[in-house]
Design a protein around this ligand. Sequence first.
Ligand code: UDP
Length: 489
Amino acid sequence: MAQSKENTPAIVMFPFMAQGHIIPFLALSLQIEQRGFDIIFVNTPLNIKKLRQSIPPSSAIRLREIPYDSSCYPGLPPAVENTDVLPPHLIFPFIESSISLKPAFRHLVSDLVRGGAPPLAVVADMFFGWSAEIAREFGVFHAIFSSAGGFGIGCYCSLWLNMPHRKTNSPEFFLPDFQEAGLIHLTQLAPSISAADGSDTDTKSVFMRKNILEWSDSDGVLFNSVEELDKIGLDYFRRITGRNVWPVGPIFLTGDNRKISRISPEKCTEWLDTKPTNSVLFVSFGSNNTISASQMMQLGRALERATNTHFIWVVRPPLGFDITAEFKAKEWLPEGFMQRVVVAQNRGLVVVQWAPQVEILLHESVGAFLTHCGWNSVLESLSRGVPLIGWPMAAEQFFNAKFLEEEVGVCVEVARGVGFEVRCEDLVEKIEMVMGESEKGMEMRRKAGEVKKMIEDAVRDDGDFEGSSVVAMDEFLNAVLLKKQKMEE
Ligand code: UDP
């Protein structure tokens, strides 16, 4: 008798409960589903409710809720897991609070096992190292999935593992277990890292260290990355975890599965169609960042002054204001900017809150991307061969920018951090250099083209040839099936 869908063994996907984690997990789930595996997607009730709308009708992904109560951790607002934009000081408490999901997740796995359909695997978030213990208890295959790149998150993890990192007075230092990453500068440390001291009373350090060490209890780590591009960072994780590392990227969600923007992809494409090839600078700082009011003024002036440059700029209220509130162009952009530059000269589009980024980056008029260097943005840009102007703001973004500039040669950093005193002239100089015919700009475009080809090859699967990301996915799924076979013997 055929098993009902509800009772077939599936791969359990378990992301941290924030959109920046849930979206890549959904993309990975859809890809694994295409290869014939059933998926159970686990999250908290509010996120599951949102997911019901974003899962394509063609998908049979099963959704499972586990309870989460933010009051378990002091200082967290109710429904924190449903907040699109979380203030920076709450990010770590939120991450630390997720350990409270452990009993409910154990219960869920136990129920599946007792119901006769033990999971084929648990694929858990990079913050959920603790879930490896549960998978092991029930003899279930376990993998961590990092939606961040190997080099950037490698530096970030190494910093947590080797605190305190300011043993010298020098502003620059090498990471003891990741020398290949080169010199790290104190200005590249996110505030959470700068404030941590690595002591046993510092809860952030204790959580992060324990979490990273628990990755070694897993069967392996999946990365949204590409072997040929990110080998230095991927090898770091092979070394420190002693586990398999499978770079299966790039994995994207497109179109209907993403958040809806106020401007349609068609409208953006229509406008981009009117602009010459490589003449448009796309400016966007990820899903939940903004810049200060003075930085916004400088950037506005720079976009106006940069010669032969058009732009699409995603704006949100500046730091210190409610980021989700109405955008006041008259207050926050240079005087007359909208009328002069956007309306009269038709040089740019100012998009409030959210733009169809993937579709924009696909257009041949886009010549460069001024970005915070979030890894998804980086991959979306490089998949199209679009070079980057980096303005890293948090977490591992500083090391992504460093990697892309020093190792790959496709990025030039223009500012560092949200408090950086950015100057209009510097912005203009870098924008013109990357967008124009300068030797450096042309070299960056050439290298970005090489990376595009590298990425295309990695995901190529045409019968005669399987790219490295396709092979990595095969290896991961084969390892899952092998463990299942062993358990059944
Ligand atoms: N994004 C988008 N439109 C926007 C801003 C962001 O579609 O206006 C998407 C972008 O395409 C990417 C994700 O949001 O897939 C941002 O992820 P990333 O890793 O770059 O940065 P994060 O938001 O996690 O800091």
